[in-house]
Design a protein around this ligand. Structure first.
Ligand code: SF4
Ligand code: MG
Length: 284
């Protein structure tokens, strides 16, 4: 069985020293090993941005796609080869600005893939402009007098789009993040994991210290929290101003998209004499 080291390659990440994205890369590698994957069973599809480089830094199938389009590619990969575990990844600008249309529809489509957003609340690759996740009043070169737009809440949007798995973590909490990615991979449907990942070079407001002071850890602060309760999940997101971490919501009752396609589900495929056996499906 592969260890997390086997998900490393010899490409040296060119993220700035201290960037939160390093820990997210490590968490994906650990989670992949912990759920028993081999590198050839994993595909990592990314969009454009500093975070988009991640597909080149993991020893697995990878595709560094185009801006905001990680999810259409990832969904195509999954539909073409259901045996692959597919992780899509990108930044908050990539997924919640140019890619938001895809994000909402991928959530409601509920294909069995995991989407990890590296949320630094700024555009890093283009040297620090306001993103949809930046706070009101946030000053950058693109908003020198402070942002006058309201901040997008991806968790509220995901819940209202019918998400079956919504989680949030912090790049510094490797233990929680790894466990959530493992749970997301195991979830039979679309899993959204938004990860606070500080941009140490351009975001001087939402720093490691800022997150440590403001994050609400669900498991520690609300041990009785029930992630199967959709209304409670929405309430908790709003009560904490979207700063909660942990497993926020999971619905295991809804089937994944691929399992609902007529002629594409397990029974239908087995009827078509493709020399497929029960054992084959047990691996999926
Ligand atoms: Fe990370 Fe920001 Fe540097 Fe990009 S610019 S690598 S997001 S610290
Ligand atoms: Mg960003």
């Amino acid at each position: 069985m592969a260890t997390f080291k086997e998900f490393r390659n010899n490409v040296k990440p060119n993220w700035c020293p201290g960037c939160g994205d390093f820990s997210i890369q490590a968490a994906i590698q650990r989670a992949a090993a912990n759920v028993g994957l081999e590198p050839e069973e994993l595909a990592v599809i990314s969009g454009i941005g500093c975070s988009g480089r991640i597909s080149g830094y993991i020893n697995a199938y990878g595709l560094h796609g185009i801006h905001g389009r990680a999810l259409p590619i990832a969904q195509g990969v999954k539909l073409a080869n259901r045996e692959l575990t597919v992780i899509a990844s990108g930044g908050d600008g990539d997924g919640f600005a140019i890619g938001m249309g895809h994000t909402v529809h991928a959530i409601r489509r509920n294909l069995n893939i995991t989407y990890i957003v590296m949320d630094n609340q700024i555009y890093g690759l283009t040297k620090g402009q306001t993103s949809p996740r930046s706070a009101e009043g946030f000053k950058t070169k693109s908003t020198p007098e402070g942002s006058i737009e309201s901040t997008l809440s991806p968790l509220e949007i995901a819940m209202s789009a019918g998400a079956t798995f919504v989680a949030q973590s912090f790049s510094s909490d490797l233990k929680q993040l790894t466990a959530l990615i493992e749970a997301g991979i195991k979830h039979e449907g679309f899993s959204l994991i938004n990860v606070f990942s500080p941009c140490v070079t351009f975001n001087k407001i939402n720093t490691y210290d800022w997150f440590k002071e403001n994050i609400v850890n669900l498991e520690q602060q609300f041990p009785d929290y029930d992630p199967t309760n959709r209304i409670a999940a929405m309430n908790k997101i709003m009560e904490t101003n979207g700063l909660l971490t942990g497993l926020i919501y999971q619905n295991t009752q809804r089937k994944s998209y691929e399992d609902m396609i007529s002629g594409f589900g397990k029974e239908a495929l087995m009827k078509q004499d493709l020399s497929l056996t029960e054992e084959h499906f047990n691996k999926l």
